[in-house]
Ligand binder design. Structure first.
Ligand code: GAL
Length: 438
């Protein structure tokens, strides 16, 4: 199997170094609309009359983030027709299926959203996306992004996409008022899963929903953070290189914790995508939700105040670990408007594009060369995420394509969904996890 380098057990030292070193301001030329098709053998040259972008950032705060980015694009490339081919559904749950069909039929968009890391394997092996390392040279992106992130986009020395942002998955979002009503001090975070479960019991006793959970991918998202809490970063990473077995005792322990934690969820929300599933926490009807930090965009879009209306902390037991994922955009083979793709990749990788997008999206810029002034523009949550990314142990998300190829993460997701819905017991579930990762 093609191997992508995982973030494994190291802090993002490269990010810190790059941040201190200043770097470059690449990616701002904006003059290429008229380039001729494939001149100099560059796949990103050619028709720049339009760009068709496949994305799942189509609802709520995610749409707000994408709109911020599209504004930058329209200002910088006013002559390029901008076509958003969006398919709503968090985590790309719907978009990826449609995309797979379009790619298989030989009618790709000009660019599509894909997670950095193992998820790219599927597209590379199927010969569906092109090497853009030459564009990295043109736009001076190797200097702009942390070396560790570029490694996640590289296979056999070729770079297959351009990142727009970095997200953290292992975050609990909580309503402090609901905690106080249950006699829990919001300023003290539970140390581990057992202490967190004890708090959930107090909330349940008050008649409120302790934890909200939505559709299938949100359950895998929760489960991966519980795995991380019970296994620790090193053994969690071992799940992806075979040094930790899926039938090990640690995984059994995580399944038991997951089973217990599920008893605190409201099944009525299981059909909801992440944003409506999180809304009861925003509204003070539920205490906690485990979600990636795109969640902060949803609180902010509803004018909620950090620290007063909502608080956040690492999933108990995962303190000091940053469960990483990054969104990136590709150049598909056979794209009708490769010059349009180049313009899009230029905008999403530029400082201006990354600042506008990440301010709204809740993520942090993938670029490591922001000045102190540029960093200071980010709200408190993103400041804390930037700090954690610089010093924590980084691991790769399963639910969001960084750790495993789509086929395996889909199989794990199916097993998790079945368990959550009562279709398997803990023993069967673990056996299915073993099968899913074979
Ligand atoms: C992730 C994606 C995030 C966010 C989230 C919810 O897979 O990387 O940017 O969109 O899904 O839809």
């Amino acid at each position: 199997m093609r191997q992508f380098k995982l973030f494994a057990g190291v802090a993002a030292a490269a990010l810190v170094l790059a941040a201190c070193g200043g770097g470059t301001t690449g990616g701002t030329s904006g003059t290429d609309n008229n380039s001729t098709t494939g001149a100099n053998g560059k796949a990103w040259e050619g028709d720049a009359s339009e760009v068709v972008i496949t994305t799942w950032w189509e609802a709520g705060s995610e749409k707000v983030g994408f709109d911020a980015l599209s504004e930058v694009f329209k200002q910088k490339y006013p002559d390029i027709k901008f076509t958003k081919a969006a398919i709503a559904g968090g985590g790309g749950s719907q978009a990826k299926q449609k995309l797979a069909a379009d790619l298989a039929a030989g009618s790709p968009p000009d660019t599509f959203q894909a997670h950095a890391g193992a998820e790219l394997t599927d597209y590379i092996d199927a010969d569906q996306i092109l090497d853009v390392s030459g564009l990295y040279d043109e736009l001076k992106l190797k200097e702009a992004f942390p070396a560790t992130l570029v490694e996640q986009l590289t296979s056999d020395g070729k770079i297959y996409s351009v990142p727009s942002n970095i997200h953290r998955a292992n975050v609990v979002w909580a309503n402090p008022e609901v905690l106080k009503e249950a006699g829990i001090d919001p300023s003290k975070q539970p140390e581990d899963l057992d202490a967190w479960i004890a708090d959930m019991e107090k909330i349940q006793a008050k008649g409120k929903t302790p934890l909200t959970l939505g559709v299938a991918w949100t359950r895998l998202h929760l489960f991966e953070t519980i795995l991380l809490a019970d296994l620790g970063a090193e053994k969690y990473n071992g799940l992806f290189n075979g040094t930790t077995k899926w039938d090990s005792e640690e995984v059994t322990k995580a399944i038991k914790h997951f089973e217990k934690i599920l008893t605190f969820t409201d099944k009525a929300l299981y059909t909801e995508d992440w944003e409506p599933a999180m809304q009861p926490v925003v509204d003070g009807k539920a205490a906690y939700n485990v979600m990636g930090d795109w969640a902060v965009g949803a609180f902010n879009a509803q004018n909620k105040v950090d620290g007063t209306d909502y608080i956040y902390f690492p999933v108990p037991g995962t303190q000091g670990t940053f469960d990483f994922l990054a969104d990136s955009f590709t150049l598909p083979k056979g794209a009708a408007h490769p010059g349009g793709t180049r313009a899009w990749l230029d905008v999403i990788s530029s400082k201006e594009g990354q600042i506008a997008f990440n301010l709204a999206k809740g993520s942090i810029p993938a670029r490591a060369d922001l000045s102190d002034e540029e960093r200071a523009k980010f709200p408190k949550y993103q400041q804390s995420a930037m700090e954690s990314f610089g010093k924590d142990t980084i691991v790769s998300s399963i639910a969001h394509g960084a750790a495993l190829p789509v086929k395996q993460s889909n199989a794990i997701s199916d097993a998790v969904a079945k368990f959550v819905e009562g279709g398997s017991d803990a023993t069967q579930f673990q056996a299915e996890l073993v099968q899913a990762t074979k």
